[in-house]
Write a protein that binds this ligand. Structure first.
Ligand SMILES: [Zn+2]
Length: 102
């Protein structure tokens, strides 16, 4: 849907727009240059809807299991639990584990 389509809608049609549709128009709603009173009125309405939308959860960058690194018995430092292998001689990173088992 384009922002100019909302200018041709009735108030009821605009009221029926979903949060998703409003959200998809964020850029247009924010930056559209109005050229008449109708557009101005619709834009104000849509900006109010946009402002009332719940903030979208931002994708969280995944935190490593060991943010400061964990030094294993093989001498290597890893940040993720999945990189830690348990061996008869202690903990090892996957690389050293492969090397040792060869
Ligand atoms: Zn290692």
């Amino acid at each position: 849907m384009y922002i100019n389509e909302t200018f041709r809608m009735s108030e009821e049609q605009r009221a029926a727009l979903t949060d998703e549709e409003i959200s998809d128009l964020t850029y247009a709603i924010t930056h559209y240059q109005v050229s008449n009173d109708l557009e101005m009125r619709v834009l104000q309405e849509l900006r109010a809807r946009l402002a009332a939308l719940p903030a979208r959860p931002q994708a969280q960058p995944r935190q490593p299991d060991y943010p400061n690194g964990r030094t294993l018995d093989c001498g290597c430092t890893v940040r993720w639990k999945r990189d830690v292998m348990s061996t008869s001689r202690g903990t090892s990173c996957a690389y050293c584990y492969d090397r040792m088992s060869r």
